[in-house]
Design a protein. Structure first.
Length: 215
């Protein structure tokens, strides 16, 4: 699975290029990735965060296998880059990374800009098979955000104590390159683990262009 992750990350710029061409039929909106992170006292006290074996788990069922695979690969790539060894399944004595993700439809933005969007109907956490370019057709102005994609990861020690937690979200239009599963997962994961572990309680905003420059 990790080998697949490496190929996915290396191919990320090419994927974005292809998607950008297909999105040229209208102006696309790709908002910044907003990230909030929390570092536990255990981590600050020197717990072995960022090293050793770790298993990636999904506490909520994801029937959309494409989305599950994309987010698994994206998170695994970042964990490996940090120094972890990703193992196939959870077992005694290893850390775990609990992954949750969802995509929500956004109500049309007002004329004052994307900061005024409101959450409308939800496609849920991919259980229905919708979201991220799979069956989502929200219509409206493609220059405004149509959907909000979220990713959260909690790293816990072998006893289940939380060591670190991060949450990332990005608003995009339906014709944005980041409306596709693989591109969205890679961008959210890369932003989430940027300058890991980060400051406790900090919130940062990362431009999609900055993420591409790191490739």
């Amino acid at each position: 699975m990790v080998a697949t992750t490496s190929r996915l990350v290396k191919a990320f710029p090419a994927v974005l290029l292809g998607l950008s061409i297909s999105a040229c039929t209208g102006t696309a909106y790709s908002g910044p990735v907003e990230v909030t992170r929390f570092v536990s006292d255990l981590s600050e006290a020197g717990a072995s965060i960022g090293e050793g074996e770790i298993a990636i788990t999904f506490p909520r069922e994801m029937k959309n296998e494409r989305a599950r695979t994309a987010f698994y690969n994206a998170v695994a790539a970042e964990l490996v880059a940090l120094g972890y060894t990703v193992i196939a399944q959870d077992q005694m004595g290893v850390q775990t990374a609990r992954v949750e993700t969802s995509r929500d439809e956004l109500a049309p933005a007002s004329s004052r800009g994307p900061v005024n969007v409101g959450v409308g109907g939800s496609t849920g956490s991919y259980g229905s098979g919708l979201g991220l370019g799979v069956g989502i057709n929200l219509g409206g102005n493609t220059a405004k955000p149509n959907a909000l994609t979220k990713l959260s990861v909690r790293i816990s020690d072998a006893r289940g104590n939380s060591l670190w937690e991060g949450r990332a979200q990005q608003a995009v239009s339906i014709n944005s390159p980041y409306a596709e599963i693989e591109a969205s997962a890679a961008a959210l994961a890369k932003a989430l683990f940027k300058d890991f572990p980060g400051g406790n309680g900090e919130t940062i905003s990362i431009s999609p262009n900055d993420l591409q420059e790191q490739q």
